[in-house]
Design a binder for this molecule. Structure first.
Ligand code: GUN
Length: 294
């Protein structure tokens, strides 16, 4: 069997094109959607995500109020910056890039963000609304996965979805979204405490890998005909590559292509969707906040 490779790059481009149109309409009414991305320190993966976000903002015509702070920034300084952005009516979305340096309490910073500007969907109010199936900003990566499944024509209703990983950013919200009434999947969550991981992954009609370990999902762990969604972005050394490394997912891509019916590649799979959904959330924030201010 040779799986269909889901082209996240092109699905993300069409999401951005749709967002750009709506940004044009908002701008003609005098609203300039604006996102502030705060990066603390120089974590290379974070720097690269933030660069991708800046590029997407320019493409969809939104204002970029990104702020890059040194790793030595104190928690109090960061909290006061967030408070200022909360109070600034020209800023519609606030995203604090994670991970933060160890001396800063991440959850304190996330809780300081005004839920109306929480375009990451990480604030406890956003998470609570997501669980309760109420309107909210959906977290970008899991939301992007749902859009990819929909665009590829993969039905979630009644499917057995196995999510490997329980991080607050991907695994946990992914499992909740798949089990909500609008997706109606039966969900199993696997994590570091799971015994015999392969016995679960082999039952998956939809397998979402969000582990953070290069090629941890091997061909023998995949059910024939499954849809395999690879959320992992791992840097592995490669002296033949220009930068000395290349990106690989959590799934052995070549092996998965032999067994599965659908596979997302790394790069150009889930990654571009995360940024596209962030653009959509920022548009939503600007639409809601500008309507509330009228
Ligand atoms: N670090 C890795 N992914 C994300 C994300 O989606 N949002 C934020 N804020 N930080 C991240």
């Amino acid at each position: 069997m040779s799986a269909i490779v889901i082209d996240g790059f092109s699905v993300a481009a069409s999401v951005r094109a749709r967002v750009a149109e709506s940004v044009g309409a908002l701008r003609s009414r005098g609203v300039e959607p604006c996102l502030s991305v705060i990066l603390v320190g120089e974590d290379p993966a974070s720097v690269s995500y933030v660069t991708g976000k800046a590029k997407a903002l320019a493409e969809v015509g939104m204002k970029d109020r990104s702020i890059h702070l040194p790793a030595s920034t104190s928690e109090a300084e960061l909290l006061s910056l967030v408070a200022g952005l909360n109070a600034d009516p020209s800023v519609h979305g606030i995203l604090v890039q994670l991970p933060l340096p160890r001396h800063i309490d991440e959850s304190k910073v996330i809780m300081a963000i005004d839920p109306a500007k929480d375009v990451d969907g990480f604030h406890p109010a956003s998470v609570g609304n997501m669980v309760l199936e109420r309107p909210c900003f959906l977290p970008c990566t899991p939301h992007g996965v749902l859009v990819l499944l929909r665009e590829a024509g993969i039905a979630t209703k009644g499917a057995h979805a196995v999510v490997v990983g329980r991080s607050n950013i991907v695994g946990k919200p992914m499992s909740i979204l798949l089990s909500r009434r609008d997706c109606n999947a039966t969900v199993t969550v696997c994590h570091t405490g799971t015994r015999d991981l392969a016995s679960f992954t082999r039952q998956a009609d939809i397998l979402v890998a969000a582990i953070g370990k290069p090629r941890a999902i091997t061909g023998d762990m995949i059910k024939p005909g499954a849809a395999v969604i690879d959320v992992g972005v791992n840097r592995v050394e490669d002296p033949s590559a220009k930068r000395g490394y290349r990106l690989v997912g959590d799934v052995d891509f070549e092996a998965a292509c032999e067994v599965a019916s659908f596979v997302t590649p790394v790069p150009r799979g889930v990654g571009p969707m995360t940024i596209a959904m962030l653009m959509e959330n920022t548009l939503l924030a600007a639409t809601r906040l500008s309507a509330a201010g009228e």
